[in-house]
Write a protein that binds this ligand. Structure first.
Ligand code: GTP
Ligand code: MG
Length: 198
């Protein structure tokens, strides 16, 4: 699946621009700067497929990626919780994100990215609340694991699992990843391959 050549399909700013339903979609969601685009690049082994940046708010549309001969599509989402963006812009993309998450029948799982240094915050819980309500399955993926010592990472994982245990649409496992070091990529790829196979 990930040995294939991944390409950009389209960017979506408004709901009517969404590509036709087809195949299986997975989406990467999370706070601005959490590492969504970096993780997609690492997964697909393409350095600059999804645009990454030090400046939060880099990804401002839903970006769709695909590879030939696979039914999987990967969606890079704009980050939430980016306080410095103009309010009108934030409102526009928050609406888009929530509409997309609620209404997409081919969306098989959302990977809810959480910075391992920060853990699950209020706006992450808000996003999870939307997914729970819409019954969209989601799985927490910790990012930037390279920034923590193993012991710290275990604690963050345990805290996350406690929070997730009470949430109806949450997957009961948490993955720890580092796009910088490649940690956790095989596990994440295996998880995604399972989603495509059934
Ligand atoms: P928006 O599109 O703005 O919502 O951000 P994003 O979630 O797509 O984050 P992006 O992938 O652009 O990464 C943000 C910053 O975090 C960049 O400077 C990355 O280099 C850095 N980063 C991403 N993943 C990792 C990681 O695993 N380890 C470390 N140390 N830094 C990372
Ligand atoms: Mg991004």
């Amino acid at each position: 699946l990930f040995a294939r050549h991944w390409d950009f399909i389209t960017s979506v700013k408004e709901m009517h621009q969404l590509p036709d339903l087809g195949g299986v979609e997975i989406a990467f969601a999370g706070r601005s700067n959490v590492g969504k685009s970096s993780l997609i690049n690492k997964l697909t082994e393409r350095k600059a497929l999804a645009r990454t940046s030090n400046t939060p708010g880099r990804t401002q549309m839903l970006n769709f990626f695909g590879a030939e001969h696979t039914q999987l599509r990967i969606v890079d989402m704009p980050g939430y919780g980016y306080a410095e963006a103009p309010k009108g812009m934030v409102d526009a993309w928050t609406t888009l994100i929530f509409k997309y998450l609620r209404g997409r029948s081919t969306l098989r799982r959302v990977f809810s990215l959480i910075d391992a240094r920060h853990g699950i915050k209020k706006n992450d819980l808000d996003a999870m609340g939307i997914l729970d309500k819409a019954a969209v399955p989601y799985q927490v993926v910790l990012t930037k694991a390279d920034k923590l010592k193993p012991g710290q990472l275990e604690r963050v994982k345990e805290d996350a699992l406690k929070i997730l245990a009470k949430r109806p649409a949450a997957h009961p496992e948490v993955l720890a990843t580092s796009s910088e070091k490649g940690t956790g990529m095989d596990e994440l790829r295996a998880e995604i391959a399972l989603l495509v196979s059934y």
